[in-house]
Design a protein around this ligand. Structure first.
Ligand SMILES: O=C(CSCCNC(=O)c1cc(-c2ccc(F)cc2)cc(O)c1O)c1ccc(O)c(O)c1
Ligand SMILES: [Mg+2]
Length: 214
């Protein structure tokens, strides 16, 4: 039931996942999207790659571009050390409203700040709005043709420091060719491709991890 896919995902979480248990929220969404209806969460396979990077980096300040239903926000927040923050940005108010409820159900709302609006408007304001110096880790999972312009904007706004890490979903499917060419060709990045599959399918996709060298 529910009129939109995100509403049906939220309904599934409320009926099947244990309140306050982030892992059960993640597993419930994966189960639903694998067996009932596909949705554009990073998913379990690529999610495991993301988990390993989050655990390795232990970010104090992390940014996610593209919240959707909050699946990866919950996944990431459950791994963050105490007094670390994930700022997650969603353009679509309908997605944001659902994500807030999924994040609350998982009990990670004290680690997640969800902001709504276009990334191009928000990125120049982040330092002032959040008292930030830079992001330790950025997860790009929003419009694929925004990966490159937003990366350049984050560089220009001084939101990346030597060692900041960019993790990009969907670099093969739907694909972000201009972004890939940039981070792989630029002397300012050290890039690595993690081969995987499009969430819940056998279609090839992958995650690109790029370290900003300053
Ligand atoms: O949806 C958006 C943009 S943000 C979501 C970006 N993410 C994707 O597009 C995305 C897509 C796919 C994918 C889709 C179809 C396929 F056949 C194959 C792959 C997979 C992913 O993992 C993704 O992350 C939005 C914004 C503002 C609005 O007003 C609005 O209506 C919609
Ligand atoms: Mg994605």
């Amino acid at each position: 039931y529910g009129s939109t896919r995100p509403e049906r995902i939220l309904a599934e979480v409320k009926s099947k996942a244990t309140r306050g248990d982030a892992r059960s929220v993640v597993d419930t969404i994966d189960q639903y999207c694998r067996h009932q209806e596909w949705a554009m969460n990073v998913g379990d396979e690529k999610g495991t790659i993301l988990d390993s990077i989050v655990c390795e980096v232990k970010p104090r300040a992390m940014l996610e571009l593209g919240t959707y239903c909050g699946y990866s926000a919950v996944r990431i927040a459950s791994l963050l050390p105490p007094n670390s923050r994930l700022i997650t940005m969603e353009f679509n108010p309908v997605f944001a409203a659902i994500a807030r409820q999924v994040i609350a159900w998982a009990g990670v709302e004290d680690k997640v700040v969800l902001i709504e609006g276009p990334s191009g408007d928000w990125i120049p304001k982040m330092k002032k709005e959040f008292g930030l110096t830079s992001f330790d880790l950025v997860f790009l999972d929003h419009w694929k043709d925004c990966y490159l312009p937003d990366t350049k904007l984050m560089e220009e706004c001084g939101l990346l420091r030597t060692g900041s890490i960019l993790v990009a979903d969907n670099v093969i499917c739907p694909g972000a060719p201009d972004y890939l060419e940039y981070v792989r060709g630029s002397p300012r990045y050290e890039s690595k491709y993690f081969r995987s599959h499009l969430e819940y399918t056998r279609v090839e996709d992958g995650i690109e991890k790029s370290v900003f060298l300053g």
